[in-house]
Design a protein around this ligand. Structure first.
Ligand SMILES: Cc1cc2nc3c(=O)[nH]c(=O)nc-3n(C[C@H](O)[C@H](O)[C@H](O)COP(=O)(O)O)c2cc1C
Length: 325
């Protein structure tokens, strides 16, 4: 049975992280463009920008940029930037709601921080900053689709898993633009089998207690998929059982207990079914974490000199549709 309805929403912003792009104006000053049509492909970030925007225009002639990622607590700052444009004059279709602002850092109360490999500054208040350069720009339906090579990643130290190159997913939370409303992340629900940080049980963004991996995951009667918790699990999740003393005690026990303790699990004996449910703990790294390694983005790519990027014009309209064989 199909219980969906066909709708025609005016926008398709289905929930992507907000980024504040810094680009360089013709006079060398910086512009900030709030945007959310961005996603990563390895070390390339693909960005979608309206062609009429000032940031888009900057990138077609000066390809350096910084992709600054604010956290959920910074939504009001983003919204302060929302009705502004670096374009002067303001494009016709924006005149009723937007105004020109030559100094968006001052307008939003943000501080510029020099970048290391590119010309526009980073935004000091953003916990994650990706220095990048537009390598290809394609135009499509009034938008530019920009492929930007990431050259260097800067992260607030408190978000880095100590002695690793990993961002702590329990501490970092993006600001999500969800059909033009701002959201943070909810509780962690689980992790991918490819996660390199499965043992991270700490919580940083204050949006509820840590998940309890050995608890059955049941849908609540109201449809909320969060885990139902026993009193013991709630105590543990609230931090009572994950104190340093408790962890040290657990570490002296069996390897299985060590795994459970690192994963934030408890000490009680489990049934075979419960143990199988706790499968992620098997992937807990038992050896010391590897020493930090340099970011893979090649240093050769990372020169500060501005370069023109390749701009692809839209291809001519296709001929008669070819049938698939
Ligand atoms: C949270 C948020 C997300 C946005 N996402 C995009 C986007 O992905 N692409 C885009 O072209 N404009 C996006 N906009 C609109 C631009 O920020 C807006 O057009 C702004 O005036 C551009 O500034 P500029 O002309 O100085 O570059 C977004 C705005 C906000 C507040």
């Amino acid at each position: 049975m199909n219980d969906h309805v066909a709708i025609a929403p005016s926008i398709l912003y289905f929930g992507t992280p907000v980024a504040l792009l810094t680009t360089e104006n013709a006079d060398g000053s910086p512009n900030i463009t709030p945007m959310s049509s961005a996603w990563a492909l390895g070390e390339v970030v693909v960005l979608g920008l309206a062609r009429s925007g000032h940031g888009a225009r900057n990138l077609t002639s000066r390809p350096d940029l910084v992709i600054n990622l604010p956290g959920p607590g910074q939504w009001a700052v983003v919204e302060r930037l929302a009705p502004l444009t670096g374009a002067d004059p303001v494009p016709e279709h924006k005149r009723d709601r937007f105004r020109h602002e030559p100094d968006k850092f001052a307008a939003a109360g943000l501080r510029p921080q020099p970048a290391e490999l590119v010309r526009p500054p980073r935004i000091a208040e953003c916990p994650l900053q990706l220095e990048a350069r537009a390598a290809a720009v394609r135009e499509r339906a009034g938008f530019l689709v920009i492929e930007a090579d990431v050259l260097r990643v800067h992260c607030s130290p408190e978000l880095v898993v100590p002695a690793t190159q990993h961002v702590d997913p329990a501490k970092w939370s993006p600001l999500i633009y969800n059909f033009r409303h701002y959201f943070g992340l909810g509780e962690q629900l689980g992790h991918s089998f490819r996660s390199e940080t499965p043992a991270i049980a700490s919580r940083g963004h204050g949006q509820g207690p840590a998940p309890v991996p050995d608890q059955p995951c049941r849908l609540r009667a109201d449809g909320d998929p969060r885990r139902t918790r026993s009193a013991t699990a709630r105590t543990r999740a609230a931090g009572g059982w994950s104190s340093p003393g408790r962890r040290a005690l657990a570490a002296r026990r069996t390897p299985a207990a060590r795994g459970r303790a690192r994963y934030g699990g408890g000490f009680r004996r489990r049934s075979g079914r419960a143990r199988r449910r706790q499968a992620p703990a098997a992937s807990v790294r038992r050896s010391a974490p590897p020493p930090p390694r340099p970011h893979r983005a090649s240093a050769a790519r990372a020169t500060a000199a501005p370069r023109r990027c390749r701009t692809t014009r839209p291809s001519p309209p296709p001929g008669p549709r070819r049938r698939r064989t």
